[in-house]
Design a protein around this ligand. Structure first.
Ligand code: NAI
Ligand code: MG
Length: 354
């Protein structure tokens, strides 16, 4: 079986880690010999935008729809305002391809350390389910002035019952499939009295269908404290687009580094291709140095392989990654001394051995 994968490396370290992921995926398919990848790379980036004035061509989304999955690096570069780069590429893709779920697992990998005192491998093992289509990132709102004088701007969060219900169902299914069967709802329904209250209501409605899943509820501010002080008490977490965006960076840092965490932008109906990307950005501060941690990119690749139905391939890839970190082959953000290429080559060698 050949999978057609659209690759969008994007900017900065997005390019390094996408190349690393392609290398590892090719090694995986040539070793297992049960599937193959046909990669098509799209040069949709901020650099290209500065040269030609566009990120994606008018038929860009139609081109993406012809693939089995999309692999994304990162977009954003200092010379382009971040709201332009995000709204020209990643957000339109998520919306147009019905990727209303963003799954962000994280845990402490073998041979790595949490910055939390006494927090060992196994003590922090979470899946954050992020609503990916509406809420605070609906793009609704406006500003009264182009300049700064007495300017007023609104950023309207849109929540729909349909949108909330479908993310809740996905979150409950995710929680149910994990050993602890535990789901924590995160909102801010004390200060935000419309959309967040609807979130709470729908959560408890849907919960009635999942009596085997233990539930609890947190306000987002208190949640940051619980994540730091009681990481073991959490398992699966469901939150809005903005809240989960923030909490997942924290979650990644608490499990060792922002450089390890993956994300899957899923269309659960499977009508359109889903998109896989590490949660980190283009990291201009380390771009071009060859030191970016490729683990988040590999983990994202493994999630893609799993979504495509190749469970064994995904397991082999993750085991290879963890065998490599266990041996201390890590980039600097994880306290190691290896560069992107060394870690990537080690993962490839490991795949051959498994
Ligand atoms: P960032 O995630 O790019 O970097 C934050 C910090 O983490 C930096 O110090 C960076 O060096 C470090 N870091 C990130 N990934 C790493 C890795 N793989 N290995 C080692 N260290 C790593 O976030 P920042 O700086 O806020 O954003 C930079 C640009 O990326 C902006 O233009 C932003 O809009 C964009 N961005 C794009 C995203 C996407 O394409 N989905 C997601 C987040 C940010
Ligand atoms: Mg983010």
């Amino acid at each position: 079986r050949i999978y057609n994968i659209a690759c969008i490396p994007g900017d900065g370290i997005g390019v390094d880690i996408t190349n690393a992921a392609i290398q590892v995926l090719n090694k995986l398919s040539s070793t297992l010999k049960t599937f193959e990848f046909d990669f098509k790379t799209y040069d949709w980036s901020s650099k290209a935008y500065l040269e030609r004035g566009w990120y994606m061509p008018p038929d860009g989304l139609a081109q993406l729809k012809t693939h089995d999955a999309i692999y994304f690096g990162a977009v954003g570069w200092p010379a382009v305002p971040d709201h332009i780069s995000l709204w020209s590429l990643i957000l339109p893709i998520r919306k147009a391809l019905n990727q209303y779920v963003n799954v962000r697992p994280t845990r402490i990998l073998q041979g790595t350390k949490s910055p939390l005192e006494g927090c060992q491998v196994g003590d922090l093992d979470w899946v954050i389910v992020r609503e990916n289509s509406e809420g605070e990132y609906s793009g609704q709102g406006g500003t009264s002035h182009e300049g700064f004088e007495n300017a007023v701007a609104t950023e309207v969060a849109v929540f729909t019952q349909v949108g909330i219900e479908r993310i809740m169902r996905f979150a409950f299914e995710t929680a149910r499939a994990r050993p602890r069967r535990k789901l924590t709802l995160v909102t801010k329904s004390n200060a935000q009295r419309h959309g967040m209250v609807l979130w709470d209501k729908v959560f408890y409605e849907v919960a009635k269908e999942y009596e085997d899943v233990e539930t609890d509820k947190m306000l987002v501010d208190a949640m940051t404290v619980r994540m730091v002080l009681h990481p073991k008490s959490l398992d699966t977490i469901v939150a809005t687009n903005l809240h989960a965006d923030i909490l997942s960076d924290l979650a990644a840092a608490l499990s060792g580094s922002i450089g390890i965490a993956p994300s899957s932008n899923l269309d659960p109906t499977r009508k359109f291709p889903s998109m896989f990307e590490p949660i980190h950005g283009s990291a201009p501060d380390i771009a071009g140095k060859g030191i970016a941690n490729p683990v988040g990119a590999f983990w994202s690749a493994a999630e893609m392989v799993r979504w495509l139905g190749q469970e064994k391939g995904a397991d082999v890839l993750m085991r290879a990654v963890e065998n490599v970190t266990a041996r201390g082959f890590k980039t600097r953000d994880l306290g190691g001394e290896r560069n992107t290429k060394e870690v990537t080559d080690s993962v490839c060698e490991e795949i051959e051995k498994l």
